[in-house]
Write a protein that binds this ligand. Sequence first.
Ligand code: GDD
Ligand code: GTP
Length: 438
Amino acid sequence: MLKAIILIGGPQKGTRFRPLSLDTPKPLFPVAGRPLIAHHIEACVQVKELREILIIGFYPQTQMEGFVSDMQALYSSSNINIRYLQEFTSLGTAGGMYHFRDQIRAGNPRAFFVLNGDVCADFPLQELYSFHMERPASALVTIMSTEATRQQSLHYGCLVFDRASGAVSHYVEKPSSYVSTYINCGVYVCSMDIFTKLAQIFHAKCEEYSCISYSNGNGNGNGKDHGHIKWEQEVLTPLAGTDMLFAMPVPNWWSQMKTAGSAIYANRHYLDLYKRTHPERLANVGNKRGEGDGNLICTVYPDVYVHPSATVHHSAVLGPNVAIGPGVTIGPGVRIRESIVLEQAQIKDHTLILHSIVGRGCTIGAWTRVEGTPSDPDPNKPFAKMENPPLFNNEGKLNPSITILGCFVQIPAEKILLNSIVLPHKELSRSFKNEIIL
Ligand code: GDD
Ligand code: GTP
């Protein structure tokens, strides 16, 4: 039996994803018509022996329960249990795993997967597991690894490993100078003995803290809980060079999802994956709507996802790379490309939407133009990943990026909105360019 853990962090995380994460927790943001971590769950469910998926984070239970029960219902026939375990405070990338060790060990799994909730990929979980089982018995962790450019590798965990055996000799988390172009994808297989290591780390920290701050409550001096453990720095780094840490390099598509711009990129790749995994979800074939009654909708340039409850006028033109959420209304003559439109938004006649994310319940008037700047990886650089640039450049100006409308934004007819970010519930009265509208 196998299990999987999905690490999703909590409300203080995902700040670069604002304003989209203001009303929906980032792990539930819909990409290609499915909440981000539903794609992780979908990949886990494909693994033959997998029986339980534990989502670990510090979002309140109330924000996750609807999603968890939806997933339970979806996979009820495949005998897979899906649960959300809430950390009482941020415990870091390994603290939650240690805190909930009894739940993870229950039922005696042979091993478990750990997936960062903020990555998107064509997850090769079965291969990763087989690779791990073929390593020596000492192997505690196998990391899924991919290649990045020299310059981009500095933003990730970097690893040096033997190409023949996969043994990792050196692991540095976000190094300040070049270490390796092989990076950590935030996807792992762990043997159950990892808990012995985690226990050693936990007890060593408790002793250290009790010396420093025995009398000042449960803080450890830097405001973090005793149980806070950093998986990368405190577990992976010391495991390197001990024949307990291995890496499997994979050529599959993989990306982090940190900024809203990366959601459009992830959307394109998940839509593309559907061609292989779920062609019925796409609205490509014969210009028919995916997943539903097969009504003729409109002209579609692949790949496009349209939720069955959306209403699209037959003269609208969608795609490529467009996802339309539940209950959306799209009027005559509308053109949408490289964009995500979230539930219940209304796009009035002849409006144009390019490289943008339109939040839940937005209304966009007729003959309006909403346009952002694409932020894809540099196609001329092999292995380039998405850049996640800061919001502002050195001169304090907004970096050109996709246009984002928070939930329930209203834009009147005949306006132009370029490279802008609009916070939720704003009613715009004029056109804007390169602005954050607070
Ligand atoms: N449950 C829980 N509790 N999850 C957490 C916590 C926490 O306190 N802190 C972070 N996470 C989750 C995040 O939601 C995310 O899914 C994952 O753990 C890693 O988060 P970060 O700490 O933001 O790390 P990172 O994304 O900058 O880097 C990690 O991922 C890269 C690949 O995307 C590292 O593992 C890098 O080495 C790796 O290259
Ligand atoms: P190039 O990018 O130079 O090839 O031109 P384009 O015609 O593709 O322009 P653009 O990328 O701006 O527009 C993408 C699509 O939207 C095209 O199919 C246009 O016909 C269509 N389009 C452009 N402006 C509008 C508009 O104001 N309203 C509507 N309904 N469609 C538009």
